[in-house]
Design a protein around this ligand. Structure first.
Ligand code: NAD
Length: 376
């Protein structure tokens, strides 16, 4: 079968699904590989790099999609890409499926077999395929750099002849994959870091990275919902959380919010009233911006200025580190694909929990139970 790697056209997307060094694993598994001209440009890999690794180059998207039996992509296809996908071809990418039901219906109608990488289960066997973890870690790292660049002050403590500089105070809300990486990055830059999460089990991880776990008088979750995720809370819980976080937010120079509930809009944890009590010049990086944001005033994809506070709502943090983001995606995607392949063919085994969890459409139908229910 022929694997196609297109150039991403999603606005602002710099990553590529497979970098040149990943081509060999696909060829060794018996596939042929065609890469669209310029697919690696924004992540700094040239067409010659791909050719030297044994891939063919297609001159444009039409030619790539016409040939490809399997399309490996980063982001969900836009309308013009959906119409190029061949009938009975297979698509593997981050579909953002819970929020893209019309696209899922279109893929089913076009007889495309699609897999959503964001549905890969959080199990030990699937760890090397886990795009949410590899991209979440980059978001956590990049959020601190973006925040530090925006902050009109130093991060580390400095004792200079011209006086003493106190370290920046960073407060991180949500200590999952992104939050933990944000903690370690902020610590390396010399900030004093505190963090809070509704899941009790992360306290030890927060402390092991040199940050303080903040106690609030709120019920802590033991174990969370399935897969270690936090569960959705009542509005009463969020009201209490906002009241109790207010003083901590007001004292912080940089706040990074990462609180997400899979498949749901993100909880509102910081209101405009709370921003009013923050110091002028302080910064918030809202990593939940794409799902409505944890912060009132966040504008997805942009910086906003409210009451003297800068709110960074970028939704493309991994795409701002495209070399390593693409390298990690390559490992995630090839491991995922080769788990269901042999001798250049796909063997779709629904007994395999990874395949069953990620298969979204096939043979004209929506296969994923939750999405199927939503579509009816
Ligand atoms: P996520 O992006 O869905 O959420 C980010 C964090 O926000 C989570 O830690 C969550 O508890 C927290 N949060 C949600 N609501 C909150 C609120 N109101 N206030 C404060 N914090 C709130 O999650 P994620 O980082 O992708 O993963 C969550 C967890 O999944 C991990 O920490 C880990 O336990 C588990 N995990 C397991 C594996 C594996 O076993 N292979 C891989 C990755 C993650």
């Amino acid at each position: 079968m022929l694997i196609g790697i297109p150039k991403e056209i999603y606005p602002g997307e710099n990553r590529v699904a497979i970098i040149p060094s990943g081509i060999d694993a696909l060829l060794s598994a018996g596939f042929d590989v065609v890469v669209q001209e310029g697919a690696g440009d924004n992540s700094h890999y040239s067409d010659d790099d791909y050719r030297n690794c044994g891939a063919c180059i297609a001159p444009n998207a039409q030619s790539l999609y016409d040939q490809a039996d399997i399309v490996l992509k980063v982001r969900q296809p836009l309308d013009e890409e959906v119409s190029l996908l061949k009938e009975n071809s297979t698509l593997v990418c981050m579909l953002d499926a819970w929020f893209n039901l019309p696209l899922i219906k279109q893929l089913a109608q076009r007889n495309v077999r699609s897999f959503a990488l964001e549905f890969i289960p959080r199990t030990t066997r699937a760890q090397s395929m886990d795009v949410l973890s590899s991209m979440g870690a980059i978001s956590g790292y990049r959020s601190v750099l973006s925040g530090a660049m925006e902050l009109p002050q130093y991060f580390p403590m400095l004792m200079t002849a011209a006086g003493t500089i106190h370290p920046a105070k960073v407060f991180i809300v949500g200590a999952g994959v992104a939050g933990l990486m944000a903690i370690s990055t902020a610590r390396r830059l010399g900030a004093v870091v505190e963090a809070y999460d509704t899941r009790a089990e992360v306290r030890e991880q927060v402390e092991s990275l040199g940050a303080k776990f903040v106690e609030f008088d709120l019920p802590q979750e033991e174990g969370g919902a399935a897969g270690g995720y936090a569960s959705e809370k009542s509005e009463e819980f969020y009201t209490k959380q906002r009241e109790q976080m207010q003083a901590k937010v007001a004292q912080s120079d940089l706040v990074i919010t990462t609180a997400a509930i899979p498949g749901k809009m993100s909880p509102r944890l910081i209101t405009k009233d709370m921003l009013h009590y923050m110091k002028k010049g302080s910064v918030i990086v809202d990593l939940a911006a794409e799902r409505g944001g944890n912060v009132e005033g966040t504008i997805a994809g942009h910086k906003a200025y409210v009451d003297g506070v800068t709110i960074i709502g970028y939704t493309d943090h991994p795409g701002r580190v495209p070399v390593h983001a693409s390298q990690l995606l390559t490992k995630n995607i090839t491991t995922f694909l080769l788990n269901m392949a042999g001798e250049g063919q796909l063997n779709i085994d629904m007994e395999d929990d990874i395949v069953a969890a990620t298969l979204i459409t096939e043979a004209g139908e929506i296969k994923h139970e939750g999405l199927k229910a939503q579509a009816e």
